[in-house]
Design a protein around this ligand. Structure first.
Ligand code: AMP
Ligand code: GLY
Length: 476
């Protein structure tokens, strides 16, 4: 008995030890699996990202993507010296969809984010899809909302989106006949891509006649893009842009912004690619945004889907806030430059997760944040002479000093020569400030703008002035 008890005790003791060991090992294994499961899952969702483009907009996209926990490696093509601090830069012809897709294969890219309109209109997203690759942006058919003003105006007309009344022309005589009974002010637009120079706001009949000559006449200077001309009613009001991330059916609104296209203070001088911007634009109140959603964004997206051209990517909605409500000035098929640089940092979520979900058609599942945080402003530092001819190769200093106050200096037209950073474009940098208020954001951007140095640097001193005045009027 005692033996058997002893035996029993021994056996019981041994099996207890065995049980304890098994239990502990089991616990360790379960704990190990438990602790590591999220990271396996997490590693699974890591992505190699390609950012296509080389301007300030793409520098801002690269910064936002790099910040995401979903980003594994970042490749920029062709990139710029600022982007080179964030990832590998590889040369590519951005106008060549095949070359971009080849690069994505070579670099093992999971998702490409396309910055400029040229590759989008040329069909880079279609090329990626044909090869089973993923690129965030609209197909060529959808990018025609920017690539063909004649197409975008027809879509607006068909789906009842408010915009300026218009007619489309392909021959000079009919365009002139139309102008004869539609006096200035009037707007003449080259239908195709024209690097932001295709819209001519004509304040006199002579200007309007000259504009159609330049597009449809014997000595046309607009090439292919001017072979179809849209002539439209002049709209009076304040302009703003709204950026919408779309997945073909659902959408997420990023912040609104106001650009400053003229080169000099008080909107004087020739048009540029943009001398500065701020976001959000106080003119876009919550009530106005609701109206824009109902009368512009939703009918446009529904219309594009009904046309068999569902819109995926960023839809840039340029509006004029007229006495009769918001009307579309233009659509672009991408983020604006310089607006992207201020709109992305205000998104209070993961920008890469947003682009990824939109590309997959899964925005409804994303639970994107509804509100933006604070204000942002960007001041563009340009080379003397811009937007006309300007010198390049001026040595740049002071970036580190400028960024000490929390500003970000984004590269738009720079290059490295013999280890030195030099100017290489008309718009050289965009200096971005963030703050609780527009005033705070502007103060940070302007303080930093002074510190970046290169020969011939100039910038507008009145970025955000209109926004501050409107805020004061609104008592904010
Ligand atoms: P777009 O290339 O169509 O965006 O036009 C460039 C700029 O021309 C706009 O940002 C506006 O300032 C101006 N613009 C274009 N269309 C009109 C219009 N119908 N009425 C007044 N201004 C316009
Ligand atoms: N900032 C105007 C544009 O990107 O077209």
């Amino acid at each position: 008995m005692s033996w058997s008890l002893r035996q029993g005790g021994k056996e019981a003791g041994a099996s207890r030890i065995l049980f304890t060991i098994k239990r502990d090992v089991g616990r360790v294994v379960i704990t190990f699996i438990f602790l590591n499961f999220p990271s396996y899952k997490y590693k699974d969702s890591l992505m190699n990202i390609l950012v296509v483009g080389s301007g300030g907009r793409e520098h801002a996209i690269a910064l936002a993507v790099k910040k995401s926990p979903l980003c594994d490696t970042l490749v920029c093509a062709p990139g710029n010296p600022g982007m080179a601090n964030l990832g590998k830069c590889v040369p590519v012809d951005v106008a060549d969809p095949k070359a971009i897709a080849d690069l994505a294969v070579t670099e093992g890219i999971d998702l490409a984010v396309i910055g400029p309109e040229i590759p989008l209109v040329a069909g880079v997203v279609d090329e990626f899809r044909r090869r089973g690759l993923r690129a965030f942006g609209p197909t060529a058919a959808a990018a025609a909302l920017e690539g063909s003003k004649a197409f975008s105006k027809e879509i607006m007309k068909k789906y009842g989106v408010p915009t300026a009344a218009f007619e489309t022309f392909t021959d000079l005589a009919s365009a002139k006949k139309f102008l004869a009974c539609h006096p200035a002010p009037i707007v003449v637009k080259a239908s195709g891509l024209a690097a932001g120079k295709g819209a001519i706001v004509c304040m006199t009949d002579k200007e309007a006649n000259d504009a159609v000559e330049e597009m449809l006449g014997d000595k046309a200077v607009f090439g292919e893009s001017g072979k179809t001309v849209v002539i439209e009613e002049f709209m009076d009001g304040e302009e703003a842009s709204i950026f919408v991330v779309c997945d073909g059916k659902d959408y997420v609104i990023l912040s609104s912004a106001q650009d400053h296209k003229r080169v000099f203070d008080d909107d004087k001088g020739p048009n540029t690619g943009g001398m500065g911007a701020y976001s959000p634009a106080p003119v876009v109140t919550d009530a106005l945004l609701d109206e824009v959603k109902k009368t512009i964004i939703e009918p446009t997206l529904k219309g594009m889907a009904a046309e068999g051209k569902p819109y995926t990517g960023v839809l840039y909605v340029g509006i004029m806030v007229t006495a009769k409500g918001p009307k579309v000035v233009e659509y672009n098929c991408r983020l604006g430059d310089p607006e992207c640089q201020i709109v992305l940092p205000l998104y209070d979520g993961d920008v890469l997760a947003l682009f990824d979900a939109a590309e997959k058609g899964e925005l409804a599942k994303l639970n994107a944040p509804k509100a933006t945080k604070g204000s942002s402003a960007i001041v563009v530092l340009a080379s003397a002479g811009y937007p006309g001819s300007y010198e390049k190769g001026k040595v740049v200093t002071g970036i580190e000093e400028a960024e000490k106050n929390g500003a970000q200096v984004l590269h738009a037209g720079t290059k490295m020569v013999d280890g030195k950073l030099v100017t290489n474009g008309g718009r050289v940098f965009g200096v971005v400030g963030h703050g609780e208020t527009l005033k705070a954001a502007l103060d940070i951007a302007y303080e930093a703008a002074e510190k970046v140095q290169f020969e011939g640097k100039f910038y507008r001193k009145d970025i955000g002035k209109k926004g501050l005045a409107r805020l004061a009027k609104m008592g904010k």
